[in-house]
Design a protein around this ligand. Structure first.
Ligand code: CA
Length: 221
């Protein structure tokens, strides 16, 4: 999952980025409303975190412009404004959730996961293929009864593949969801992560197929 965090408080932004990326999520930090609108229109995000007090536009304006343009990315408003009017206004203008500062990083993560599950129409937090299960709440993966030790990028790749079993996922799409703008990505980075995943899922786990020229697909062995 790749999240856009629109937040002009650099310290807070770094904190959010740190806690989410440690859990295997990809995060882009954006500090202005204009930039957020531009990037949200072109990049695939699983969800957005939107501050209201931004240096250029008000977060509500960003929200309205995105919704008017037909951008359906789930949006969570994260703000110090906690009046009932603001909360109602945010939800009415097309936000999907509202969290006030100060907040606990775990609550933010858990709300984001819930938003993404709802938007994908898959309420079950556990993804399963054959003997492999991926618990999206605890970020743990089990093959038969044994925990599989996965690094954060491996987790990210596996989560995307398991979210769409039996479907080919283009390499470009996978890269766009796994890496953020600041990642210096080697041309074969994705192949490396897929290769590691294949080894770790052997011999009883699902198979990750390479569909030449198209992308990758996961299916039960
Ligand atoms: Ca702010």
């Amino acid at each position: 999952m790749r999240f856009m965090v629109v937040e002009d408080d650099a310290r807070l932004a770094r904190g959010i980025e740190g806690s989410l990326s440690a859990r295997g999520f990809t995060v882009d930090i954006i500090s202005t409303g204009e930039e957020a609108i531009e990037i949200a229109t072109t990049e695939p995000y699983s969800a957005m975190v939107l501050d209201l007090g931004l240096p250029d536009l008000d977060g509500f304006e960003v929200l309205q412009i995105l919704r008017r343009r037909g951008i359906k990315t789930p949006i969570l408003i994260l703000t110090a404004r906690d009046s009932l009017e603001d909360r109602i206004s945010g939800l009415d203008k097309g936000a999907d959730d509202y969290l006030t500062k100060p907040f606990h990083p775990q609550e933010l993560e858990s709300r984001l996961r819930a938003l993404v599950r709802r938007s994908q129409g898959s309420p079950d937090p556990v993804l399963k293929i054959g003997k492999l299960s991926f618990d999206r709440s605890s970020r743990t993966v089990y093959l038969e009864e044994a925990a599989v030790d996965l690094r954060r990028r491996e987790l990210a790749v596996l989560e995307i593949l398991m979210g769409r079993p039996g479907k080919v996922i283009a390499k470009e799409r996978l890269s766009a969801e796994v890496f953020n703008f600041n990642d210096a990505v080697a041309p074969n980075a994705l192949e490396v992560y897929v290769g590691r995943l294949r080894r770790k899922l052997m011999p009883h786990g699902p198979v990750i197929r390479t569909i030449r020229g198209l992308g990758y697909m996961i299916e039960a062995a």
